[in-house]
Design a protein around this ligand. Structure first.
Ligand code: SAM
Length: 263
């Protein structure tokens, strides 16, 4: 159980590594199943059937280890695709396109050490409960809003509040911008969180990584008004105890950590 917990934590920071592990485990498991089926019942699997079974195992294992939903599809399709296209020379643009797609979603993994993973429905619901207790007028910012799922849900629930998302991963930004087109109280900026003036907001939400938390707290304390709310999904501010911790009881074991900007 300790090992599984450790792997789930690893999946949050290095999802590609855990996906690779899921692939290897699934391959080992499938080999055992194929050998046993052949030995005990004389069954033989076709290559593609075996590949699909491997994909299903890898996807399920990955999900159980805490990888987000889109990894399920990657894990499912990886080996079947290798088998299906094994003999066929794939045009190089396919690899280039796949690489570019990953790069454009995970732009900040390299420079900021913040990859893309998403706040779930439970986290969004809890955030809504927190927002409901804030005095009006509400000005909420999601620093690194990704494709803006939680931000838009909240903007719809609180039509009198103003919601802003900032994002610098190009594809996430475009998706967020497009999705927010018809939500008048929600705007998306192609802007680094480090260049965002935080003075205009009274609730700040972030789901980043351990790397930027100390500097982000410093910036918030300098720019936000005393009493403004700083909410971090899962990642702590080193050396500053949160005023409140709300456990999410999800498979990531995540929590919302709440601080008030001191006076
Ligand atoms: C873990 S995701 C969280 C997405 C969304 N806030 C959510 O909770 O579902 C973190 C996002 O922060 C973005 N990000 C990282 N560094 C950033 C920066 N300096 N400025 C703006 N966005 C950044 C990443 O591109 C990524 O989309």
């Amino acid at each position: 159980m300790v090992l599984v917990e450790g792997l789930r934590r690893l999946a949050q920071r290095y999802p590609a590594l855990v996906a690779l592990l899921a692939q290897l485990l699934a391959t080992a498991l499938l080999t055992a199943v194929v050998l046993a089926a052949n030995h005990l019942a004389g069954w033989r699997f076709g290559w593609l059937t075996a590949g699909l079974l491997q994909g299903l195992m890898a996807a399920t294992l990955g999900r159980w280890l805490g990888l987000s939903r889109w990894w399920w599809w990657l894990n499912l399709g990886f080996v079947p695709a290798l088998l299906a296209f094994g003999g066929a020379p794939l045009p190089s643009w396919v690899f280039l396109a796949a690489f570019l797609l990953l790069l454009l979603f995970n732009w900040n993994s390299f420079t900021e050490r913040v990859p893309l993973y998403l706040t779930g429905a439970q986290g969004t619901q809890l955030l809504a409960g927190i927002i409901a207790q804030q005095p009006a007028p509400l000005r909420f910012v999601d620093l690194g809003c990704g494709p803006a799922g939680p931000l838009l849900t909240l903007a719809r629930q609180f039509p009198t509040g103003q919601f802003v998302g900032v994002e610098t991963a190009p594809l996430s930004y475009l998706l967020a911008k497009f999705r927010a087109l018809f939500q008048s109280n929600c705007s998306i900026r192609y802007q680094s969180l480090w260049r965002t003036d935080l003075a205009e907001f009274n609730v700040l939400y972030c789901f980043l990584s351990p790397a930027p938390m100390a500097a982000l707290w410093q910036k918030s304390v300098q720019e936000m008004r005393p009493g403004a709310l700083f909410v971090s999904n899962t990642f702590e501010v080193p050396g500053v105890a949160p005023e409140q911790t709300l456990q999410l009881n999800d498979w990531r074991d995540s929590s919302l950590l709440l601080w008030r900007i001191p006076g």
